[in-house]
Write a protein of this length. Structure first.
Lengths: 528, 200
């Protein structure tokens, strides 16, 4: 059993490696389960690299660096400490336990201390046992074959493209200045140039926001075409199109392990009421992971959306069930070219939710909403329960009457989430709710509703300077409305727009308070 | 006393409004639900004439568990007002501890001493597509707030009384009024609980 343990040791080239060599020279009894990887600096091991080891089946990972003052690069050790803390937070949420990730710093002349640390760490991991993670690596496919591409094109009406260019003139990516054109990809694929850069790279630049589909006179469903091309030609050998070095893809794949004892809701504030026996389930989404991952960078608090959504339900006397072992809905895996693992997650989710006897699933995330209500059935997985967006439920309850909102002096504007706003109903739903708020002013941005601009990224792929340009453009539009509060309806809109606000050169010009519509509803609603 | 016990089992309801709002029909629906479907005793008297041309008209419904000896409403327990004139004319007759239910867009009561429940019935009916269903919305509201007749009986009675082909629309209007009433009651409970909890 112990022999089977897999422990990865990331060992800094400098101080601790000298200590390690001393141990090797003296034939010290190093635990044989430990596999050492020599690295240039502990600060260069990102969260995604630390986590990748767990995704691929490591039982423990130790990161060993230099004592803070002796880091050859100055800040390496302090960066490593932050990365370790954030990754431990993720491990905690997944139920793997924070102790599976060890961190220590040594001087070159401390071989005995290093040995103690390694032996103790090995023993601790042995106590924790084997990891429940079953590695679920995306299958590497060489690329889309001719026949495969032909069937994808037929499915999404690519042959009906009239080459009119309306898609490119509306595409936010093209308008941000990137040499990118939806119809150019369509043309390239139609003429069999599957290996051309236009296809291999540009399919990863697409936001899949759906604006081109809205504008297309021939109803070419370009976003879904791109989605299927990504799935057919997954180029996972180099993950260079994945944002945050593929951390979130790793996270989602890890969650396909059925035995993972996820602890999704441990952070929930005590005032929130839930009822394990309820027929209504609140499905939160990945906000706890986002908040943990971005804690030291953006200070985002997207878990507030989940707590406020639950408070809003409580206000209507609905105490929903929550799944302690809730997983990702899989939306981003599907849209970043890993359909196999999306399907695993989808089946697992439907199985878990059905076993709880749930009749209705309520969610505040537009991506979870789309995945459950549309992507699951389209992939042959029938949920068997009703899927409701929190806005639908709020509209239903508020229209019964006797409910009002507190007066507020805020001037607001609204950022549509792509996964909700590409239908007329999806645009009206949040606006109906906003019209009930008693705010000082509600001013629409230049691009809004069906024509609204994406927050700049989708499915954690293709983030670059053009994405930033798009986000800055969007924030300028928001500023132009004269509003002091930007309402969003998707945790990712918040993350991406807040990231753009970190720009040191633009500073106050684009800085603005952001809050989710769900939170504003929950904070201001009252009985009349 | 004997008199008190008969008083308790008797509910006098006065519905007032303009001629043409369906006041009499509302009274009829309520009375039929109580008598034919809930198997109680009920009477309906109506006052129309010059009022039918747009003045204050009224329908007087009495619902009781035992025989009703006198069919006119003298002091209503429940006053339903769908017009200002109706309110002005009948408000003084309201029994002590009686309740007033009124359309808040049609009636602006000067000062209400009695327990009152406003509802935008006409607005709700307009939102549903037919202004003329305001009376049915109001009936839903009355059912929720006063419990004068059972919900099932009321819906059946509504469907039996409206022109054929409009049953679904009228049922929807009734449900809307009923839901509004339930929401208002819930809001009052919540506010009372909050006041007890010492919230400002």
């Amino acid at each position: 059993m112990e022999r089977d343990l897999k422990i990865i040791l990331f060992l800094c080239n400098w101080s601790p490696h000298a200590a390690y060599q001393a141990l090797q020279d003296t034939l010290a009894p190093l635990p044989r389960e430990i596999r050492m990887v020599r690295i240039p600096c502990s600060g260069r091991i990102t969260k995604s690299l630390l986590f990748k080891a767990f995704e691929t089946g490591a039982d423990g990972v130790a990161l060993v660096g230099c004592e803070p003052g002796t880091c050859r690069y100055g800040i390496g050790t302090s960066v490593a400490e932050r990365n370790v803390e954030d990754t431990r937070g993720i491990l905690e949420l997944l139920g793997l336990g924070r102790e599976r990730l060890g961190f220590a710093a040594f001087y070159p002349d401390q071989p005995d201390a290093l040995l103690d640390f390694l032996v103790n760490f090995r023993n601790r991991v042995a106590e924790l046992g084997k990891t429940p993670v079953v590695p679920a690596i995306a299958e590497v496919q060489s690329g889309a074959s001719e026949g495969n591409a032909a069937s994808i094109m037929a499915t999404h009406n690519i042959y009906t493209c009239q080459d009119c260019g309306k898609c490119s003139s509306a595409c936010p990516v093209a308008l941000s200045g990137k040499p990118f054109s939806p119809r150019a990809i369509a043309n390239a694929v139609a003429s069999g140039e599957l290996e051309s850069p236009a296809v291999k790279e540009d399919i990863w630049s697409c936001l899949t926001c759906g604006l081109c589909y809205d504008r297309c006179p021939s109803a070419v469903s370009f976003p879904e075409f791109v989605r299927d091309m990504r799935n057919a030609g997954k180029n996972s050998a180099n993950g260079r199109f994945e944002a945050h070095e593929g951390f979130f893809q790793s996270l989602m794949r890890t969650m396909t392990s059925p035995g993972l004892p996820v602890r999704h809701w441990d952070w929930l504030p005590e005032d929130v009421q839930t009822d394990a026996g309820s027929k209504i389930l609140f499905f939160g989404g990945c906000s706890p992971y986002f908040d943990t991952f971005f804690r030291n960078h953006l200070g985002v608090r997207t878990t507030d959306i989940l707590a406020d959504a639950l408070r809003l339900l409580n206000f209507f006397d609905i105490n929903p069930a929550i799944m302690p072992n809730e997983r990702c809905c899989g939306h981003d895996l599907l849209w970043s070219g890993d359909r196999d693992n999306f399907l695993k997650l989808a089946r697992l989710n439907v199985e878990l939710i059905s076993s709880m006897g749930i009749e209705e699933v309520v969610t505040a995330c537009p991506e979870c909403y789309r995945a459950f209500s549309r992507d699951y059935p389209e992939h042959g997985i029938e949920p068997g329960f009703k899927v409701t967006h929190i806005f639908e439920l709020a509209e239903r309850e508020i229209s019964k009457g006797a409910v009002g909102f507190k007066k507020s002096g805020r001037k607001i504007t609204f950022q549509d989430p792509c996964r909700l706003s590409r239908t007329k109903e999806g645009c009206e739903l949040p606006r109906n709710l906003i019209s009930r708020l008693k705010v000082r002013a509600f001013t629409e941005m230049q691009d809004r509703g069906l024509s609204s601009l994406c927050c700049g990224n989708c499915a954690w792929t293709g983030c670059d300077s053009f994405s930033k340009a798009m986000q800055v453009k969007r924030l300028r539009q928001a500023k132009e409305t004269g509003s002091d509060l930007l309402l969003t309806a998707c945790p990712k809109c918040q993350i991406h727009l807040k990231c753009a606000m970190e720009d040191p050169l633009l500073g106050e010009e684009i800085r603005m308070e952001i809050m989710d519509l769900t939170s504003v509803l929950a904070k201001n609603i009252q009985w009349e | 006393m004997d008199r008190n016990s008969t008083e308790k089992s008797k509910l006098e309801i006065l519905i007032t409004g303009f001629g043409g709002q369906g006041i009499v029909l509302a009274g009829q629906v309520l009375g039929m639900a109580a008598s034919l479907l809930d198997h109680k005793e009920s009477t309906l008297t109506q006052s129309y004439g010059p009022e039918a041309r747009g003045g204050a008209c009224s329908a007087q419904v009495i619902i009781a568990d035992s025989t009703i000896h006198f069919p006119y409403v003298r002091n209503p327990d429940i006053l339903v007002c769908m017009s200002q004139a109706g309110y002005d004319k009948y408000a003084d007759l309201l029994r002590q501890n009686g309740v007033v239910l009124y359309d808040l867009d049609m009636v602006r009561p000067p000062e209400i001493t009695a327990d009152s429940f406003p509802i935008p019935a006409t607005r709700i009916a307009e939102e549903l597509g037919r202004k003329m269903m305001a009376n049915i919305v109001m009936l839903g509201f009355v059912t929720a707030v006063t419990g004068a007749a059972s919900v099932e009986a009321m819906i059946k009675s509504v469907c039996d009384s409206v022109p054929s082909g409009t049953e679904d629309a009228n049922t929807a209007a009734f449900n809307k009024g009923y839901e509004f009433g339930m929401a208002v009651l819930k809001a009052r409970r919540k506010k009372a609980a909050a006041a007890k909890g010492g919230e400002p």
